[in-house]
Design a protein. Structure first.
Lengths: 805, 295, 151
């Protein structure tokens, strides 16, 4: 069998997906008597619920029941969350609503049409309260408080000192600082949330089908909320999930809601979220204000950084938040060698949709201020931004590199990748072109950004939200476990069961490639079972599809499971061939002796023996071929100095973007987008490039188009794709992708995760390019998305102030 | 995202449709392509009691040239306009404007008449028709009346059509001689509703003086806005920078845009001025045959 | 959303005032007002069908006349809830006499629309709000003429 890992093989999933045979949540059957759910949602950002009258709704033929917060409260605990603030979060408002779109009542009816008819008949009396929308106002005394029992709107606050920040700032020639605001935006998979939930009274248990993709630590949180032993909550994930980009982790409150509604109404229920619900009330990234200060030498060297970060987690802090604040903790200083770092981190609550996982999770929020300030340093020092970047990049010989905050960057050659970028993007040439263009009144700009892309989250990082004392009071958390099971049936064919709940990333293909290579079986002859069932799959708290963890962790579990199978096959063959295990190798479906190639057995025969004639196996060996591997990389809990290696592997992304701006209209045209990646060893470059393109376009959305907008009174304004603007095919610029490969020493295949990098880098690199184009006007882009209107405002303001016209 | 309950009628002839309209009156709503109506019904922002589906009225689906004017049936799909050689030849402005409407998929369903009757103030077809001039044929059970496009649009989503009436066809005069046209639009993304759109159709005489011109702006008022004063001013003139400046000043005076999420009123006003100038300029150049490729 | 405007009424200030606060006139002037019942002095319950063309929502509303300073000033507070969401609007009206038969009316309004309409209606909300308010005063001038005729 030739090597298939690392090859651009086409995806085994595509045939079924392209012929309409995908099995998504809405394609799997429903139990008999299943009713449909529609949810009444709050039109107010902040109000007390005075009364809910649903008597008229119950009169509509076909309506089976209406459930309110008061009905479900006795059956539920508030969701657990990893902060000490006593926030009570239920999946439905109990007596107060805290964001537009919060569930207030649930109608269960024969079909969704009738259920929506009934929604219109429910009368809710509200007493409106002053809303809180602004991030920084959340910190002020006298602002409206969302959760009275918390006493303030601060859900979490921690301060971290690494290295000697004071000294760095004393030694600096200049201190360059600015305030940045990153917007709240979404991930908008084509398939929205979907749930089929069934309560069984005889066993007091819930069976739920849902397009949830982990992290499965949330299973414990759901079982806790439902007040049942966790083995009474069986969650089954369909084979296919129609995209997620993180957001489907946020389905879990609805799983609990539908479960308890099924119990109260007494029948299985199905809910498919609609697009309005998805935009208003699923999940989103945080919006974040960052005050960043850099201590800089005149040669561009950054000695230290201070950051005050305020993350807006919306109306309720819900697990796994405040993870957005800390997911990039180890790589706060990005691709730079900056040993002195101070972070003052807040998670605040306001009357907006609660947040959660979104592709890039915290990365775009982190790198927007960091990479903007690097460009501002260059501008201030009148240096070329490329030189400032190069001066600060971590050098090849520094790997594995320990970051100020405890990260261990496993491998990389940042300078090589950066040089490749400048060469590919013809940086010098463009600078000359830009000079010429400026003389003619044309606005050309070039932006650079370099980022470190973390992958495979260490489950311990979230506990950095607690102080070392608080952490000591509980059990330490660490690791990044993933599991896979490989079995061979009596005819010698392979089934692989994975627990990575793919949502379109091609896990089945890559798992096939790995098993094929280890066991010498053609990759398209391997059957991958991607359905995860918490009652029958091998899984753990970290399981699932997030933090780009398949390449680093999921694939490793598959690899080790295949190795286990291989060892057993060889052991059996050695027994029959009367040779050493070390003498045997697998070739083209045969197990062959290296010393005497005439000695061989087919795999089929070996596996057959394990099933058909187990008594002939080596003494003590179990029959059958069924091996599960649980894999974790070294991922320690945070130490007493708050040092935490928050991820397992760290890739590198360098971007160069060129733009032209129409000075009359403010329109931004991206001329070219170059991106260079180092994600270690690439398992399937075809899938890799697809992931990069998708992640990049999501980042482009954050840069120029997408925002969940609330007005200053907390009303939600972007409830449809008419106003929430995702980039579509015509908006996608010309993209050039290049790779270098420095294998990870951590993972068995040398691979690192990938797919989120450009979501993290695109917002800032585009902002840098636009800012560079507008340099003659002396403006500073410090918020996103950057729109034609904003660009025109900046140009206009500058002209009015006597700037360039 | 499911519509409320409605009765559904699917007439096979225009007469049948008109009889139903007469009967159901204000409770009825015609559905043609449904590209605007269905979303607003699904969001329950519109809950008509009866839907009258006119998609079977094939008599209303045609494009004809009678030697002096183009006749377009109300049910003609936007894609058919886009692909029509006759439209390309005689109503170049329309050919240029239609690709800005939504997406291929929506244009395959969306109709010429539907867009006019929906009367979105930023929509491309109402804007183009206003620039081209023409008459709308509106039928009811008892009569067919003709309305000039200038009198058709009343305000947001509101036209001169009464609940018992049906738009059947639209007649557009074809201009001979040295004519030029241009359509410009600025939107956040391709296919989005325009922030501002501008259409111009003009003719010039042998001395390159403008003899006839209609400049129209969309997205700056509750209806497509004919910039009458500018149109008057341009007549008999060569196109000069000072004339263009005057056009911009008139536009500034006439438009009354609103702010929304995607653009402030100030920005729209600014775009209106810039687009008006661009559009007139490129229409003029086209009429002079300077740049047939310009857009 | 907020805005302001000014119109000239074809009546003296006293007359204009009386008609402005007449519930029947109020009902006739508010676009889509299907029902208006007096709950107490200066407080009404109304069913409003607000919107434009086929895009309409039904709102059960309270309308309150407040801050009454006869004959110069009052405030109209409208709160409504319905399928498409919620509306809360406050309008302030100031009357200034021009002569015996003419009065200048200045108004300002501040409206907040919530729920579904705000979520998806962004693009036209400002324009439509303006339209509804202009429509109110246009109709009001007609009411004045009507009452002139009836006198």
């Amino acid at each position: 069998m030739s090597k298939v890992v690392g090859k651009r093989v086409t995806r085994v999933e595509d045939k079924r997906l392209l012929t309409g045979q995908g099995k998504y949540i809405d394609d799997i059957g429903t139990p008999p008597n299943t009713a449909h759910v529609a949810i009444l949602r709050s039109p107010y950002p902040h109000a007390n619920i005075v009364s809910i009258d649903y008597s008229e709704a119950l009169k509509i033929p076909g309506v089976k029941g209406v459930v309110t917060g008061k009905d479900v409260q006795p059956l539920l605990n508030p969701f657990g969350v990893g902060v000490s603030a006593p926030v009570e979060y239920y999946p439905i408002a109990i007596d107060k609503v805290r964001y537009v779109g919060e569930p207030v009542a649930v109608v269960v009816a024969k079909n969704r049409y009738i259920a929506e008819d009934a929604l219109e008949k429910i009368k809710v009396k509200y007493k409106t309260l002053e809303p809180l929308v602004d991030i920084e106002r959340a910190l002020e005394e006298g602002s409206p408080v969302l959760h009275e029992n918390v006493g303030s709107n601060i859900a979490n606050h921690r301060t971290f000192h690494y290295g000697d920040v004071d000294k760095a700032f004393q030694q600096a020639d200049r201190i360059i600082k600015h305030r940045f605001h990153f917007p709240k935006y979404s991930a908008t998979p084509v398939e929205t949330y979907g749930i089929i939930a069934q309560y069984e009274i005889s066993s007091d248990s819930y069976t739920v089908h849902a397009n949830f993709h982990g992290p499965f630590i949330l299973h414990s949180i759901m079982a806790g909320a439902l007040k049942i032993p966790s083995n009474r909550l069986r969650i089954i994930i369909p084979k296919d999930i129609g995209g997620s980009y993180g957001i489907k982790a946020g389905i879990y409150p609805y799983i609990v809601l539908c479960s308890v509604v099924s119990r109260l109404v007494g029948c299985p229920v199905k809910w498919i979220e609609d697009r309005q619900e998805h935009l208003a009330a699923s999940s989103s990234c945080t919006d974040r204000v960052t005050y960043i200060e850099a201590a800089v030498k005149n040669d561009g060297k950054v000695l230290g950084l201070k950051m005050k970060i305020i993350d807006n987690v919306g109306a309720y802090i819900r697990a796994p938040e405040p993870a957005c604040l800390y997911r990039n903790h180890a790589n706060t200083t990005g691709a730079y060698d900056i040993p002195n770092l101070m972070i003052d981190a807040y998670a605040v609550m306001t009357n907006k949709l609660p947040t959660g996982l979104i592709r890039g999770y915290g990365g775009q929020e982190t790198y927007f201020p960091l990479e903007r300030i690097m460009q501002m340093i260059a501008d201030e020092l009148e240096m070329d931004p490329a030189d400032v970047i190069r001066r600060n990049l971590i050098k090849k010989e520094q790997f594995p590199y320990k970051t100020a905050s405890g990260g261990v960057y496993d491998s990389g050659d940042y300078e090589k990748a950066f040089d490749l970028l400048l060469k590919t993007g013809k940086y010098e040439e463009f600078r000359k072109k830009q000079m010429e263009a400026r003389k003619k009144g044309k606005l050309l700009g070039v932006g650079l950004a370099v980022i470190v892309e973390p992958s495979g989250s260490n489950m311990g990082y979230i506990t950095i939200a607690l102080t070392p004392e608080e952490r000591r009071a509980g059990l330490p958390k660490s690791g990044c476990t993933e599991a896979a099971t490989i079995s061979m049936d009596p005819m010698g064919n392979v089934n692989v069961r994975i627990s990575t709940t793919p949502s379109g990333q091609g896990h089945e293909t890559v798992a096939s490639q790995i098993v094929s290579e280890v066991l010498g079986i053609p990759y398209d002859k391997i059957n991958i079972v991607a359905e995860l069932d918490t009652a029958t799959s091998a899984w753990s708290i970290a399981s699932g599809s997030y933090s780009s963890r398949f390449a680093s962790l999921g694939s490793s579990a598959v690899y080790y499971a295949a190795q286990k199978v291989k060892r057993k096959l060889i052991k059996i063959a050695a027994h029959f061939l009367q040779t050493d295990e070390g003498d045997l190798t697998i070739e083209n479906g045969q197990i062959v002796s290296k010393k005497d190639p005439a000695k061989s057995l087919s795999i089929k025969r070996v596996v057959g023996t394990a099933h058909w004639n187990p008594l002939s196996l080596p003494e003590g060996m179990e029959p059958g071929i069924y091996e599960t591997a649980y894999y974790t990389a070294q991922a320690e809990p945070p130490d007493d100095n708050d040092l935490i290696n928050s991820s397992i592997t760290y890739g590198f992304v360098a971007d160069l973007v060129t733009v032209e701006i129409d000075p009359e209209t403010g329109e931004i045209h991206i001329l070219d987008y170059y991106t260079v990646h180092d994600a270690g060893r690439l398992l399937n470059p075809l899938i890799v490039d697809g992931q990069i393109l998708g992640g990049l376009v999501h980042g482009l959305g954050g840069a120029m188009y997408e925002e969940l907008v609330y007005d200053d009174k907390g009303q939600f304004l972007t409830g449809s794709f008419m106003d929430y603007l995702c980039p579509t095919a015509p908006e996608i610029p010309k993209i050039t992708i290049k790779h270098i490969e420095t294998p990870s020493p951590i993972t068995p295949l040398g691979a690192k995760g990938l797919g989120e990098g450009n979501t993290m880098s695109a917002p800032v690199v585009i902002a840098n390019a636009v800012n560079d184009a507008l340099k003659p006007y002396g403006v500073t882009i410090d918020s996103l998305p950057v729109t034609p209107n904003k660009v025109w405002n900046m140009i206009n303001r500058s002209i009015k102030q006597g700037g360039l016209s | 995202m499911k519509p409320g309950k409605f009765d559904y009628y699917c007439p096979k002839t225009v007469d049948e449709a008109l009889a139903i309209l007469e009967e159901v009156g204000f409770d009825g709503k015609i559905i043609a392509g449904g590209q605007s109506l269905v979303p607003i019904m699904n969001m329950r922002l519109s809950t008509p009691e009866c839907l009258i589906d006119i998609n079977q009225l094939k008599d209303l689906q045609f494009i004809e040239f009678d030697g002096s004017k183009m006749k377009i049936g109300a049910l003609t799909r936007q894609t058919e306009i886009e692909m029509s050689d006759a439209v390309q030849k005689h109503l170049g402005l329309l050919s240029e404007a239609v690709p800005y409407i939504g997406h291929v998929q929506t244009r395959n369903r969306g109709t010429f008449g539907g867009s006019l009757v929906h009367a979105d103030p930023t929509a491309e077809i109402p804007l183009s028709l206003m620039a081209l001039g023409g008459t709308l044929h509106i039928a009811s059970k008892d009569e067919v009346r003709e309305v000039n496009v200038e009198d058709f649009f009343v305000t947001y989503l509101t036209t001169d059509i009464m609940p018992n009436e049906l738009l059947t066809e639209i007649h557009i005069p074809v201009q001979e001689g040295r004519t030029g046209y241009s359509f410009h639009e600025i939107s956040r993304r391709h296919g989005d509703f325009a922030l501002v759109a501008s259409a111009c159709q003009l003719s010039i005489d042998s001395q390159d003086r403008i003899s006839k011109v209609r400049l129209v702006l969309g997205g700056v008022d509750a209806v497509p806005l004919l910039i009458t004063e500018a149109n008057e001013l341009m007549k008999g003139e060569d196109l000069s920078d000072s004339l263009l400046n005057k056009i911009a000043d008139i536009v500034d005076e006439m438009v009354d845009p609103e702010s929304d999420l995607h653009a402030t009123a100030d920005y729209r006003r600014h775009l209106a001025k810039k687009l008006a100038v661009r559009t007139v300029k490129s229409a003029y150049e086209r009429a002079r045959g300077e740049n047939n490729e310009c857009s | 959303m907020n805005g302001s405007g000014r119109i000239t009424l074809n009546a003296g200030i006293e007359k204009a005032w009386d008609v402005l606060l007449d519930p029947q006139a109020l009902k006739n002037c508010i676009m889509g007002c299907a029902k208006l019942e007096t709950v107490e002095e200066n407080k009404y319950e109304a069913v409003l069908s607000i919107g434009i063309a086929a895009v309409k929502g039904k709102y059960e509303s309270t309308i309150e006349v407040a801050d009454v300073q006869k004959p110069n000033h009052y405030k109209l507070i409208v709160k409504g809830e319905g399928g498409p969401g919620s509306v809360e609007a406050t309008g302030a009206v100031d009357l200034v006499p021009i002569d015996e038969n003419k009065t200048e009316l200045n108004y300002t309004y501040d409206a907040e629309v919530g729920g579904k309409v705000a979520m998806v209606g962004q693009r036209m909300l400002n324009g439509v709000a303006k339209l509804i308010i202009q429509d109110f005063f246009k109709k009001f001038n007609k009411e004045l003429e009507k009452s002139e005729q009836s006198v």
